[in-house]
Design a protein around this ligand. Structure first.
Ligand code: ADP
Ligand code: MG
Length: 244
């Protein structure tokens, strides 16, 4: 198994609040990890540390062998391009059409020619089921459609790994399924994914591993079947009892 992200004794605090107390885990190429846990337990902080949007206080993050906590800003930016990120709030550029949203970064950041970027953007729109909406502005789309555009936009940079932070939490219930379907297709295509989610059905069916985070640590991890059927720690049992 090829290690894609190595997390070594990751520690992160805000003032006196120690959010991540020492996490050591690996994400292997092609793996789908679902990170679950109580609100405020540090899941978003953890995800943002993986691409060093948040700088860890100590510990290392190795991405394809390179220590992201100990490289130049320029190198970091280059490596970050390989880590796509999708947030709860879709963050599309409101003044650009769907198509423009998707092709802007490949053109500006990677210097890809417009016709090539456009061709790729159209392929991605087809993949997320939005070919009919390419000339619309984000505000005219539903939340589920906007989130699918956000996923297509991240994929346009040809990432090696996709990081998702509760991508369906801001959506009306009837739109959750269409976004999860796109994510499931992506997982089936072999994409490496780290997904913070409250969608336990998705975690059960799609994750290779579930990581349960609480009190600053990954308290428990395992394949979803074992984790959901027979959680080992009291914390995980309590958490599952509340949500299932
Ligand atoms: P989760 O995503 O699991 O709900 P977060 O990572 O958002 O948890 O937050 C974990 C803890 O870190 C919370 O106590 C939160 O208040 C704190 N926190 C997160 N981001 C910041 C920040 N930028 N500044 C100060 N405290 C923060
Ligand atoms: Mg969060």
């Amino acid at each position: 198994m090829t290690k894609m992200i190595e997390i070594k004794n990751l520690m992160k605090k805000y003032g006196k609040n120690i959010v991540l107390k020492g996490i050591t885990e690996n994400v292997n190429k092609g793996q789908v990890i679902c990170v679950i846990g109580p609100s405020g337990s540090g899941k978003s902080t953890f995800l943002r540390c993986l691409n060093v949007l948040e700088k860890p206080n100590s510990g290392k993050i190795l991405f394809e062998g390179k220590d992201l906590t100990n490289i130049s800003e320029k190198e970091l930016c280059a490596l970050r391009e390989k880590m796509g990120m999708v947030f709860q709030s879709f963050n599309l550029f409101p003044n650009m059409t769907v198509l423009e949203n998707i092709k802007v970064a490949p053109m500006r950041v990677k210097g890809i020619a417009e016709d090539e970027a456009e061709k790729k953007a159209k392929q991605l729109l087809e993949k997320v089921g939005l070919s009919d909406h390419e000339n619309q502005y984000p505000a005219s789309l539903s939340g589920g459609q906007q989130q699918r555009v956000a996923i297509a936009r991240a994929l346009a940079m040809d990432p090696e790994v996709m990081l998702f932070d509760e991508p369906t939490s801001a959506l009306d219930p009837e739109m959750v399924g269409e976004v999860l379907k796109v994510m499931r297709d992506l997982a089936d295509s072999g994409m490496t994914m780290v997904v913070v989610t409250h969608e336990m059905g998705f975690a059960k069916e799609v994750a290779d591993e579930v990581w349960f985070m609480s009190d600053g640590y990954i308290q428990e991890k395992g394949n979803p079947k074992d984790f959901f059927n027979a959680p080992k720690t009291d914390r995980a049992k309590e958490f599952l009892a509340k949500i299932l």
